[in-house]
Design a protein around this ligand. Sequence first.
Ligand code: T3D
Length: 254
Amino acid sequence: MSDTVLLQWQDDVATLTLNRPEKLNAFNAELKAGLLAALGDLKRERPKVLVITGAGRAFAAGQDLEDRRNASNVDLGASIAEFYAPLVTGLASLPSVTVARVPGVAAGAGASLALSCDIVIASDEAKFVFPFGKIGLVPDGAITRTLPRLVGTARAKAILLLGAPVSATEAASVGMIWQAVPAADLDECVAACVDGLSSQSAAALAATVEMLREPSPDLAEHFHREARHQARLGKSEYYQDSVTSFLNRTRHSS
Ligand code: T3D
């Protein structure tokens, strides 16, 4: 894997860093190849938690526009089919809880990537920029699907059609992301989130994200899936041990 993408491990937590800070981690060909290679590793290794972040002051500035100098020679449909779709669908199919650590700007497909994660924690200096209409493209990275689910259709339409940057603080206030935190506290907040996830059952977390990412449109089918997960998880040693330790807990009188 090239050093434009770093994949680091600590126990069952993986951290994927987009590493072209001088270009705000824009997706050039090398970085894209690195991301797809990393995705292959993640599919094999199945971490409990995956943190995705950008090196330096940005999360990611989206497609590298230097690689689009002669755009008429490039098939952008193929770019979606061969990179953006496999990336976002690949992440959505991981059993890992995905956490975006957003230190600064996330623009274009960079914003789509960040918002495709299960939990997004951003520095209060960050912003989400959707420049698609201004550069003559449809919003991609499935953001036209993701964003209405996060903030509702009316707000998603205004955000994507008007293209005004959304500050991290505003994003948190409308439920687009989980938290906007002071820049100096970003790492501590992400670490607390990761610790909270790490202390839980991997199988339970995987089932929970599977249900949350793609809820069944039909309520009966949703309950069917829920029952299947619960039947399996209910037989696990993890659950049995948790029940036993609850029942054997020591009560402290105050
Ligand atoms: O093509 C396809 O395959 C279809 C898919 C498209 C998906 C997309 O993502 S389309 C959207 C592409 N992204 C953008 O349009 C964002 C372009 N960037 C910006 O608008 C601004 O850079 C930011 C708002 C993100 C940040 O602004 P600022 O003032 O903080 O930083 P800056 O000075 O503009 O950028 C710093 C450097 O990063 C600069 O390089 P330099 O001059 O110092 O060598 C700049 O050129 C470079 N950079 C930033 N974004 C990109 C980029 N280089 C290439 N591509 C970029 N997208």
